[in-house]
Design a protein around this ligand. Structure first.
Ligand code: CAA
Length: 259
């Protein structure tokens, strides 16, 4: 991909699309242009058949320390309404391909909300996550109260959101917010290893699994089951279903094409 951005770095390799937040001097504070750039990069990767998995990282000592407070400080409610501030965030949440995030250092506020838009999260053992918005006289606005509560339940979510305290990676892992904690030295390598592993899976299966799991966050069980079933049926219209099952029967490695 040749497109260049102001606040992110992007490249693709071996089926993985890489997006790196690139404002290290301000701990990758997320301004509005950065959100649009992340969305654009994700959507371009989503449409690129060469890319099967997206990996999201932050440059420097943090993943992202939140929305850009300098940018937001002077805003009023009507500015947000007219800007439709979170429209890009809504589109990030419906990217079809799997997104794997790697967190080192801080993932705070909007940075954690961005991380929670990922499907899998790996973190360095020095990572700290949290929602400090309460200390600024505000609250999360890009899904934090909703996604955290769905992940860890009301009781614990309320405490973390009320106090604004930072949670260590290990606890976040125990609570099911993070998939894996590894040492800082191997974070990128381990995350990439997982991305490459998924890049070999049938893309349509990944796509419809992602869609179905995300529906489980919104739908009652019965409706979710109906949704899952249709996606299961749909995969039987794919060449990769034939390839996967024939390869099993013929005792060979499948070659998935994403069709
Ligand atoms: N916005 C703008 N700039 C930020 C920032 C943010 N969210 N977080 C850090 N920075 C800047 C700092 O101002 C500082 O810039 P200067 O060198 O120009 O002074 C630089 O990044 C380095 O930060 P610190 O010197 O503060 O580094 P530290 O290691 O001492 O502390 C920290 C790190 C605890 C993360 C601290 O920077 C901090 O508390 N940041 C703010 C965290 C926060 O409140 N995030 C929530 C934002 S609101 C939000 O995200 C709303 C939403 O839901 C959409």
């Amino acid at each position: 991909m040749s497109k260049t951005y102001e606040f992110i770095n992007v490249h693709e390799q071996d089926g993985v699309g890489f997006v790196e937040l690139n404002r290290p001097k301000v701990l990758n504070a997320i301004n509005r242009v950065m959100v649009s750039e992340i969305l654009n990069a994700f959507e371009v990767f989503d449409q690129n058949d060469e890319v099967r998995v997206i990996m999201l990282t932050g440059k420097g000592r943090a993943f992202a320390a939140g929305a850009d407070i300098d940018e937001m400080a002077g805003d009023g409610a009507i500015d947000f309404e007219l800007l439709n501030q979170f429209a890009d965030w809504d589109r990030i949440a419906v990217v079809k391909k799997p997104i794997i995030g790697a967190i080192q250092g801080f993932a705070l506020g909007g940075g954690l909300e961005l991380a929670l838009c990922c499907d899998l999260l790996f973190a360095a053992d020095d990572a700290e996550i949290g929602f400090p918005e309460v200390n600024l006289g505000v609250m999360p606005g890009a899904g934090g109260t909703q996604r955290l509560t769905k992940l860890i339940g009301k009781t614990k979510a309320m405490e973390w959101l009320f106090t604004g305290e930072r949670m260590k990676a290990e606890e976040a892992c125990q609570l099911g917010i993070i998939n894996r904690v590894v040492s800082r030295e191997v974070l990128m390598e381990e995350t990439e290893r997982m991305a490459r592993k998924l890049a070999e899976k049938p893309p349509l299966s990944l796509r419809l699994i992602k869609e179905s799991v995300l529906k489980a966050m919104d739908y009652p069980l019965y409706e979710g089951m109906q949704y899952e079933r249709k996606n299961f049926y749909l995969l039987f219209a794919s060449e990769d279903q034939k390839e996967g099952m024939n390869a099993f029967i013929e005792k060979r490695k499948p070659n998935f094409k994403g069709k």
